[in-house]
Design a protein around this ligand. Sequence first.
Ligand code: FMN
Ligand code: EPS
Length: 388
Amino acid sequence: MRYITAGESHGPELTAIIEGLPAGMPLSVEDINHELARRQVGYGRGGRMLIETDQIQITSGLRHGETLGSPLTLVIENKDWKNWRKVMGIESVPEKQKKMRRVSRPRPGHADLAGGMKYHQQDLRNVLERSSARETALRTAIGAIAKKLLAELGMEVAGHVRILGGIEATIPEAISIQEIKDKAEASDVRVVDTTIEQPIRDLIDETKKNGDTIGGVVEVLVGGVPAGLGSYVQWDKKLDAKIAQAVVSINAFKGAEFGVGFQAGKLHGSEVMDEIAWDKTNGYTRRSNNLGGFEGGMTNGEPIVVRGVMKPIPTLYKPLQSVDIDTKEAYKASVERSDSTAVPAASVVCENVVATVIAQEILDKFSSDSFAELQEAVVSYKEYLKNY
Ligand SMILES: Cc1cc2nc3c(=O)[nH]c(=O)nc-3n(C[C@H](O)[C@H](O)[C@H](O)COP(=O)(O)O)c2cc1C
Ligand SMILES: C=C(O[C@@H]1CC(C(=O)O)=C[C@@H](OP(=O)(O)O)[C@H]1O)C(=O)O
């Protein structure tokens, strides 16, 4: 399964084309809209989310609630477009109009300066429109389809915020993936640990008042994944590496780790490796899941546990020092309407990009022209694993 996304943040709409979904998979607009709505909420977001009500239009690849196996086209309208028609029009316009909302003082941490230099652009809006995380609405929509596919095959995905602006959540050890899902859903900062909800909201308010921003760490868990997805035989077949790429490709994400992750550098082997056990009902199991479900670039049958770190939002209402690209004089960076933090929303994006990579891997491994064929293949593979 492959996909491509298109669309500017303040253009008329966002579009994605997905190819390689099996035919006959049940899918509804509601499945996708639910996920889009989850991405839009979250304490700390700016004014844009009050304008948009992201809704999917499916213009190909679906008939009577089932995929056709042909390319699926997704469209999301940008409601804000009506406020930007003059700035974002596709027709040629007089020089004066071209300068409307021109950006010439690049924001440190955003794509503005590097993008302007690379693409020979003198209006940095031509960079920021596409580098904006508005695009993550589409990746969430694609992930919603992936999640639907995974759910039909008995795999569940949950995501939550572990750290926001330095405030860290404590997670009970025995918590199930379903509980994480439900608890994170019930909170506008998407934390499972209710004791830190208010302190986080207070910190976001304080940060916003100071014209500053905060980042954090999100965690995604995937349960029910069979052992043997991904491979050690070639570097680019390693599934943990593909997931890491997907996580770090989310705007503002700077790193990914699995299981104990970077802590592994401080621990002994005896504290990290997951001891192997076997019983008749479940086949092989592990006594711990320190490696986050991966060995040799392959799933090992334990839940996948992956975390991503998001840097603070680069646009600051109290802007940092920059340089005007016309005069080369020192100026404060430009200020665009912005979020104070988007970590809760990004936890939803993270769930969805991870789900997409796993769905891609499953569609690669098993016969999947039709959904029935895929289901049968997965059931029989799981049975084989149990008897291995
Ligand atoms: C859901 C989400 C919302 C974001 N909102 C903003 C925002 O309002 N303002 C901003 O400057 N950056 C925002 N970002 C981050 C920028 O898109 C990102 O920093 C920028 O594209 C540069 O890419 P990089 O940080 O990955 O290097 C957001 C990111 C995500 C995931
Ligand atoms: C539009 C979204 O996020 C945007 C991501 C973003 C950025 O620079 O990445 C900047 C802001 O855009 P605007 O200036 O239009 O408010 C965010 O709102 C979205 O998540 O759908």
